[in-house]
Design a protein around this ligand. Structure first.
Ligand code: NAI
Length: 308
């Protein structure tokens, strides 16, 4: 299994590190446009191999896509992150150009790869890859829901005063502060609905803190987060590499599922060696359905800013 990660910045390097630490890939190529940057990050990471006990070979490349040839999975993290007070949607101008050129170079050298899009605004960048490449739809996946769900579980565990391994929950919808739909009425603690433990104020608090999870970190860090995003991407890559058929909420092209068409938005999918093996349609209540559709309108509005 060969994985390429484009963008050796905060998220790309963290993603490469988690992939290596999980020891399932033979090779990870980090590629960045900044001269020497990816080579430096790769060398630094390789010098942790004997300390952390992994055999994955990590190499770096300054914009030489021939080094990425025949990758099984490619991850796009190149682009600018948001600063405090910015929305993810405001990044579209710069990031659309980057994602378009990077995805085309990647696919030229790895025509059979599964593509994972991370750059923001992620749902729109995923849609852009669908619109501008000839890859089949099951091979284009946007990462957002896996991260948002991890943040949801963190907030659930905090409110429940429970260990994180006791809680389960999922966030669907667009990967934006307004568009996220944390499925609080489906969330559980050891298979018992969290509504058995939390009053409505606490449940509202969990939902609200989940939705602004990225903004909270951007405020604290001065830029967007990287550990949890990197870990979330590595989970998706591992599910594909090991054909795990694991379910994650991911941004997928919808063609009628959930009553939605012609956009990429976060819904539960099964990931395996082919990428998206199946889009799972879970039963949503009327409020959840309404929120998902509102979220879709927001994503479509951002998609409308694309020049495709
Ligand atoms: P960063 O600034 O640390 O790294 C971005 C890297 O991309 C830089 O090293 C830059 O040189 C490189 N780059 C820019 N243009 C390039 C090109 N044409 N080819 C190759 N490399 C290029 O940013 P960070 O924090 O790693 O974030 C990356 C992206 O991921 C941002 O758009 C951010 O908003 C997004 N993000 C998405 C998340 C999600 O859940 N989908 C979570 C966190 C961040």
């Amino acid at each position: 299994m060969k994985v390429t990660v484009v963008g050796a910045g905060a998220v790309g390097a963290s993603c490469a590190e988690y992939i290596a630490m999980k020891n399932f890939a033979a090779e990870v190529v980090l590629l960045d446009i900044k001269e020497g940057f990816a080579e430096g990050k790769a060398m630094d990471l390789m010098q942790t191999a004997s300390l952390n006990g992994f055999d994955t070979k990590i190499t770096g490349s300054t914009n030489d896509y021939s080094k990425t040839a025949e990758s099984d999975v490619v991850v796009i993290t190149s682009g600018i992150p948001r600063k405090p007070g910015m929305t993810r949607e405001e990044l579209i101008g710069i990031n659309a150009g980057i994602v378009k050129s990077v995805s085309s170079s990647l696919i030229e050298h790895s025509p059979n790869a599964v593509v994972i899009v991370v750059s923001n605004p992620m749902d729109t960048m995923t849609y852009l890859v669908h619109k501008t490449t000839s890859l089949p739809k099951h091979k284009i996946i946007g990462m957002g829901g896996a991260l948002d769900s991890a943040r949801f579980k963190y907030r659930l565990a905090e409110a429940l005063e429970a260990p994180i391994s006791d809680v389960d929950g999922m966030v669907i919808g667009g990967h934006s502060d307004k568009g996220m739909v944390p499925l609080i009425h489906h969330a559980t603690r050891n298979s018992v609905k969290v509504s058995e433990f939390l009053d409505s104020d606490k449940m509202d608090y969990v939902v609200q803190e989940t939705k602004v999870g990225g903004a909270t970190l951007t405020g604290l860090l001065g830029t967007s987060a990287w550990y949890a995003p990197g870990a979330a991407v590595s989970g998706l890559v591992q599910a594909i590499a090991n054909d795990q058929k694991k379910m994650f909420p991911c941004s997928a092209l919808l063609e009628g599922e959930y009553g939605l068409n012609d956009l990429c938005i976060g819904v539960p999918v099964i990931l395996g060696k082919n990428g998206i093996e199946k889009i799972v349609e879970i039963k949503l209540n009327d409020t959840e359905k309404e929120k998902l559709h509102e979220s879709a309108e927001g994503v479509k509005k951002t998609n409308g800013l694309l020049d495709v």
